[in-house]
Design a binder for this molecule. Structure first.
Ligand SMILES: *[C@@H]1O[C@H](CO)[C@@H](O)[C@H](O)[C@H]1NC(C)=O
Length: 139
């Protein structure tokens, strides 16, 4: 008992003296990792945003329809030659940081999935020439 109190007296000042940045950084890192599951240009997407876009896009493919009078989803021919996670044929569908794409301007970022709805990767016009795409990070 005496030993335990002596031990606690010894470690208490040390833990109190730890800088808060050291204690808090792992939490900040994990939140950032979740928000930046995929990053296209400076835009971060969570895993659920990427999954929601892919599921929505694949549902349209299965129904043979598109989102709100747009042309999306449509075939993506991979002229850029990305080394995707799965084999094609591929479809592209716009990514959203809020909700899912329902038509209108598609923005710069896309999910790409194959004819079985499997994740191929994510791509963006941000940082690419003209109508070309570059890969987002995270796949
Ligand atoms: C989607 O990719 C998987 C894994 O590469 C493959 O097994 C499957 O046949 C692909 N689906 C289509 C429709 O190409």
């Amino acid at each position: 008992m005496k030993f335990l109190s002596a031990f606690l007296l010894f470690i208490a000042p040390i833990s109190l003296a730890l800088p808060t940045s050291v204690i808090e950084r792992p939490v900040e890192d994990s939140i950032e990792a979740r928000q930046c599951y995929v990053q296209c240009g400076s835009t971060c997407y969570t895993s659920s945003q990427v999954t929601a876009a892919r599921n929505s896009g694949y549902n349209y493919v299965r129904q043979g329809s598109t989102a709100g009078g747009s042309t999306y989803p449509h075939r993506y021919n991979n002229y850029e030659g990305f080394d995707f996670l799965v084999s094609g044929p591929y479809y592209e569908f716009p990514l959203r940081t809020s909700g899912v794409y329902t038509g209108g301007s598609p923005g710069a970022d896309r999910v790409v999935f194959n004819g079985s709805g499997q994740r191929a990767g994510e791509i963006t016009h941000t940082g690419a020439d003209g109508s070309a795409f570059v890969a987002c990070s995270g796949w």
